[in-house]
Design a binder for this molecule. Structure first.
Ligand SMILES: [Fe+2]
Length: 195
């Protein structure tokens, strides 16, 4: 089913903040291709996650982009660190690019697209990125960003920013939705603990 490529830059305003025109165009191609390979017309009707399938992926990606921009500023102003801005922001914009391909939500039940599983998240996105000319450094961060990946994001300032931007966006939405947070499900902590 066809996606809606012309809407993408409007749906994801952070794309306009990427300084490289070639990278901007490659990001739009990646998301357009992902939607074209899915049943969804836009990110607004794609599921965010298996534990929050009714929540639009559009909300999550824009939340991660916003947190990433904030953390870039924190890293620079408060720590004197120098994250590569295009690399960091492009990774944030693309980190969940494979979800429309992998996830199926019919309004009542969630499943993975045929032959896919949790283990494909990240790998499918990274391969899609590489097929559209996204630089290897960014594609490899997409590959390893998942909490359930065998390797995590690199311990660079760029990897650290995207990790926390993704986790806090996921987990605030989880609390709002009344489901388990990712950080607690990967390393269980008592639910009543508040420190
Ligand atoms: Fe995410």
């Amino acid at each position: 089913m066809a996606g809606s490529p012309p809407k993408l830059p409007d749906d994801l305003p952070a794309i306009a903040q990427i300084t490289s025109p070639a990278l901007r165009e490659a990001i739009v191609r990646c998301w357009s291709d992902s939607l074209a390979r899915s049943p969804y017309q836009s990110l607004a009707v794609s599921p965010q996650a298996p534990h929050m399938p009714a929540r639009p992926l559009l909300l999550h990606v824009n939340e991660v982009n916003a947190r990433t921009l904030e953390l870039i500023e924190v890293a620079e102003k408060d720590y004197g660190l120098h994250p590569e801005r295009d690399v960091t922001l492009a990774t944030a914009i693309l980190h969940d690019v494979d979800k429309p391909i992998l996830y199926r939500w019919n309004g009542a039940s969630f499943s993975y697209a045929e032959g896919r599983s949790l283990a494909d998240h990240g790998a499918v996105g990274a391969d899609l990125c590489l097929s559209h000319g996204i630089p290897l450094e960014i594609a490899e961060m997409v590959r390893h960003h998942s909490a359930f990946a065998s390797e995590g994001l690199p311990g660079t300032v760029e990897g650290t920013i995207v990790h926390y931007a993704d986790f806090v966006s996921n987990d605030f939405a989880a609390i709002l939705s009344g489901v388990d947070t990712i950080h607690a499900s990967t390393r269980p902590v008592p639910k009543q603990r508040r420190d």
